[in-house]
Design a protein around this ligand. Structure first.
Ligand SMILES: NC(=O)c1ccc[n+]([C@@H]2O[C@H](COP(=O)([O-])OP(=O)(O)OC[C@H]3O[C@@H](n4cnc5c(N)ncnc54)[C@H](OP(=O)(O)O)[C@@H]3O)[C@@H](O)[C@H]2O)c1
Length: 259
């Protein structure tokens, strides 16, 4: 039985122009969630908004870079002015830029941390006062299995997702007595356009992975059930637990095969 009834809920969903975000919008719309959608690409975002409307729910598109404080303020303001409040904040927008740390520059680290860590955390900060008045409020942070264990050539990305993981665990405890849930979502490799941008070498992009539809369905199920954490895929779970139980062996294994 669902702990959280989603029909009529009001949500902010970032990264709604492609991949997991589009599928989350579709799945949430199916459950009657009203959405404030965020991303930079206008056409794609408006397409998602139209699909939500076609599914019988409501969506407002807010275009802009999530690393911009004004864009984040607009998201919260829009939830209040359009839907009268906020019940769900889903921090899904994210990016990767892969390659050896020794060949990278400070700008790469800054950009990844801005989008994957500072933006969701600062969005949470300004959304919290509104969420406190929400119906069964929940914060959902889309991290990665690489926020549980690291692999070579994704050091900045792993660092950003480890940071989001640690932050989410602490926040969950802080907000428990306020009745605000915090869910950490950790997908494994998922077949989206993520790697087209993250991996400069086309030959190194993964050919297989989970479908974003499946990730979205399981995420929405976890939201409804009030879960604290969800790690997708058997290999993802095995790697997370292997790293917890035998970190040195896993490091040696991942140094050879993890890239
Ligand atoms: N695909 C995977 O294998 C995988 C695995 C584990 C975790 N994840 C995580 O899942 C989440 C969704 O990724 P995805 O696979 O769906 O990738 P995706 O298809 O590339 O989608 C990323 C989304 O984030 C948005 N975004 C990126 N940078 C932004 C910025 N600066 N401002 C506003 N929006 C921004 C993009 O929109 P615009 O470009 O239009 O702005 C897009 O909607 C990310 O947090 C990612 O780290 C993905």
């Amino acid at each position: 039985m669902a702990k959280r009834e989603l029909a009529g809920s009001r949500a902010i969903l970032t990264g709604a122009s492609s991949g997991i975000g589009v599928e989350l919008a579709r799945e949430l719309a199916r459950h009657g969630v009203r959405l404030v959608l965020a991303a930079r690409r206008k056409e794609q975002l408006e397409q998602t908004a139209q699909e939500v409307a076609a599914a019988g729910s409501q969506a407002v598109a807010v275009m802009g870079d999530i690393a911009d404080p004004d864009v984040r303020s607009r998201l919260v303001d829009t939830a209040q002015s359009t839907f009268g409040g906020l019940d769900l904040l889903i921090n899904n927008a994210g990016m990767g830029l892969f390659g050896p740390f020794a060949n990278s520059d400070p700008a790469r680290l800054r950009q990844i941390m801005e989008v994957n860590f500072f933006a969701p955390v600062e969005l949470i900060r300004i959304a919290l006062p509104v969420l406190r008045n929400g119906r069964k409020p929940m914060i959902v942070n889309v991290s990665s299995v690489l926020g549980h264990f690291a692999v070579p050539n994704k050091s900045e990305y792993s660092a950003s997702k480890f940071a989001l993981h640690g932050f989410s665990d602490a926040l969950r405890m802080e907000l428990m007595s306020d009745g605000i849930d915090v869910l950490l979502v950790s997908p494994s490799t998922t077949t989206t356009e993520f790697f087209d941008k993250a991996e400069p070498d086309a030959n190194r992009r993964p050919q297989r992975g989970m479908s974003p539809t499946r990730v979205a369905r399981k995420t929405v199920a976890a939201i409804r059930q009030g879960k604290h954490e969800v790690i997708f895929s058997l290999p993802g779970n095995l790697a997370v637990w292997g790293d917890r139980i035998a970190p040195s062996s896993m490091s040696r294994l991942l140094a050879r095969f993890g890239d």
